[in-house]
Design a binder for this molecule. Structure first.
Ligand code: SF4
Length: 114
């Protein structure tokens, strides 16, 4: 999850800790965590250290079109294709339950497509 500094009104309806805890415990993901601002310079440094070729990453945060633009270079740098290897979810203005359901549904759809 990217939480937009934690002060963005778009995340006011949810409990981010509850959300990420439910995702990492209840859904078939390898892990879950919260980053404060992935589109800042330290986000780039984090991606440099973190991204690995051959994996897929789901980021719950802002609009997919934004995420594709903001993360394209970081993904490209390690040989990932942002359009294929990033699963971006817009969870702004959702409640904890709605955001959790969106992740669950997206993972189910993704499994069917694989
Ligand atoms: S990547 Fe999106 S959600 Fe994260 S800080 Fe930037 S604008 Fe906000």
């Amino acid at each position: 999850m990217c939480v937009c500094t934690g002060k963005c009104p778009g995340f006011e309806k949810m409990d981010m800790w509850d959300f990420v805890n439910r995702v990492r415990i209840e859904l078939p993901v390898e892990y879950g965590f919260i980053h404060p601002q992935l589109c800042e310079e330290d986000g780039d440094r984090f991606f440099d250290d973190f991204l690995q070729e051959g994996r897929k990453y789901m980021v719950a945060g802002c609009a997919p079109t934004m995420q594709y633009k903001l993360f394209r270079d970081a993904f490209q740098k390690v040989g990932l294709d942002v359009k294929k290897d990033l699963i971006p979810l817009d969870i702004r203005d959702l409640s904890t339950e709605q955001a959790f359901n969106l992740v669950e549904q997206t993972l189910e759809n993704h499994e069917k497509d694989e």
